[in-house]
Design a protein around this ligand. Structure first.
Ligand code: GLU
Length: 505
């Protein structure tokens, strides 16, 4: 038999911002699909209209665009299995609901919410299943004429899955191995509601995975309890042969303590739990995003890839292409992954170093502009190259290197007190003359001449350099002195020394 083409899907419900755990799920699907030359589908599961949030779908699409996760087909991407938005597939689901009804795999139930509540009070641990369905108002109990009459009279109903009791259901999970559960613990799940003429998640999910020829379902652990039901649905339709393989990913856990990562952890410890900033249309609340916080998409991808998977060695920094070739579902962990957000910061620092100075300079230009600085690209590139190893975010470059672009107007008092000595004004005036006479103003060119001058005059190198730094930077920080004066250029260097001598005397 020819091997089945790998087809995976990411199938979010548009109920708000995409949680970072959902991003990891999509990433693992993407890595798996690319590695196997397969397809990645983007499906919108919006059959629960009560939970629909406007803007969520667009937000999700934009997030993946930013992260560099590409879909082969789906909502806004096209493809042969559309429509890919479940709310546009009503007629398809109706047909499949009818197939289950015709084959005695499902039945119609008229019980109102009040009647169900009454039963729950009457019977402890009530569950709608083989042991109780005989005492309820459904098509297994009522005659066909009664059922038809109720429907004709406009009574609302649901279609329930008729689960046969006492059967072992085997779920084979690529991460967790085999899981067996007994069907008696399951209730007769609602598959369809006449009220909105829409299927529930379970039915729509299975029908679509089948029709879209999905080969692997890779999703969060929270869906593991649904898997036995899904296996039964495949069986009820007679689709066992094309049932996808399951892989349930471990939960993302709080950075400290126990339990599932929540937005509150992010708020408390100061890290985003969403890829992009999110403006909640209902509450008007704004939540921070990785993009707006200054993370590079490559860093976010690398960080997330290692939350629940590792390549089996110590390698940590991996490009998307490397991840695609190394990823292995069998190496995903069963237990939850602590969301070590500090590692995310570390990755961002790493990727700033890995990117070319040109790329980082491009990202730094808007920050400079915000501060009213327009500088030649060449200079920005040189400054970035010199300073990027000191920052975690591109925007932090301003704090460490603004002096390259804006001359000091004031001089840090504490530094001046310590480093501007009695003879500093005289020495700096002399230094300015020495520098003025240098034709080769390169780092080495300056260093040689200045060091010779210091030696000849028997000056104290530290004192000279400290005062020199104060004139150019305005305080005691910064890289090597001649790196600074080289970037500033002769004219600016001399002007800064002159001004400092005037101000500090
Ligand atoms: N719509 C579900 C979600 O929001 C999809 C779960 C699945 O992948 O089966 O995550």
């Amino acid at each position: 038999m020819a091997e089945r083409k790998v087809r995976v899907r990411f199938a979010p419900s548009p109920t708000g911002a995409l949680h970072i755990g959902g991003v990891r799920t999509a990433l693992y699907n993407y890595l798996f699909a690319r590695q196997h030359g397969g397809d990645m589908i983007f499906r919108i599961e919006d059959t629960d209209s009560n939970r629909f949030v406007p803007g969520a779908e667009e937000y999700i699409i934009e997030s993946f665009k930013w992260l560099g996760i590409h879909f082969d087909e789906g909502v806004t991407f096209g493809g042969n299995c559309g429509p890919y938005r479940q709310s546009e597939r009503r007629e398809i689901y109706k047909k499949y609901v009818q197939i289950l009804l015709d084959n005695d795999k499902a039945y119609i139930a008229f019980d109102t919410p009040e009647e169900l509540d009454a039963k729950r009070t009457e019977i402890a641990n009530f569950q709608y299943d083989a042991s109780t369905r005989g005492m309820m108002r459904n098509s297994l109990v009522l005659s066909k004429e009664e059922v038809d009459a109720l429907i004709a009279a406009g009574k609302q109903y649901v279609v329930r899955f008729k689960i046969e009791p006492n059967e072992d259901i085997h779920v084979n999970d690529l991460i967790r191995g085999g899981v067996v559960i007994n069907s008696s613990i399951l209730d007769d799940k609602v598959l369809y509601k006449s009220a909105d003429e829409l299927p529930t998640y379970h039915l729509a999910n299975i029908v679509d995975d089948h029709l879209m020829d999905v080969s692997h379902v890779i999703r969060g652990e929270e869906w593991l309890p649904s898997a036995p039901l899904h296996v039964l649905l495949y069986r009820a339709f007679g689709w066992e042969d094309t049932m996808p393989s399951f892989a349930h990913l471990p939960l993302l856990l709080k950075p400290e303590g126990n339990g599932k990562l929540s937005k509150r952890d992010g708020d408390r410890l100061g890290f985003p739990v969403f890829p992009l900033e999110w403006h909640d249309p209902k509450t008007n609340e704004v939540s921070s995003g990785y993009r707006e916080s200054g993370y590079l998409p490559e860093a976010v991808i690398n960080f997330l890839a290692l939350l629940g998977w590792n390549p089996g060695n110590e390698q940590e920094v991996m490009s998307m292409d490397e991840l695609i070739s190394l990823f292995d579902l069998h190496r995903c962990s069963k237990s939850g992954a602590k969301f070590d957000y500090k590692k995310g910061l570390w990755f961002n620092h790493q990727y700033i170093q890995l990117k070319s100075n040109e790329e980082i300079a491009e990202l730094f230009l808007p920050v400079l502009k915000e501060h009213g600085v327009e500088a030649p690209l060449e200079k920005v590139i040189a400054v970035v190259g010199m300073m990027k190893d000191r920052v975690t975010f591109v925007k932090e470059l301003w704090d460490v290197c603004s002096f390259f672009f804006v001359a000091p107007t004031a001089y840090d008092e504490k530094t001046a007190k310590k480093r501007w000595k009695e003879d500093s004004a005289r020495c700096m005036t002399e230094l300015a003359e020495v520098l003025a006479g240098i034709d080769d103003f390169s780092i080495e060119g300056q260093e040689k001449v200045v060091m010779d001058w210091i030696a000849a005059k028997e000056y104290h190198t530290g004192n000279i350099m400290n005062a020199f730094r104060l004139t150019l930077v305005g305080e005691g920080k910064g890289p090597h002195m001649f790196d600074i004066s080289w970037i500033l250029g002769k004219e600016e260097t001399l002007a800064r020394i002159k001004r400092a001598v005037e101000v500090l005397k």
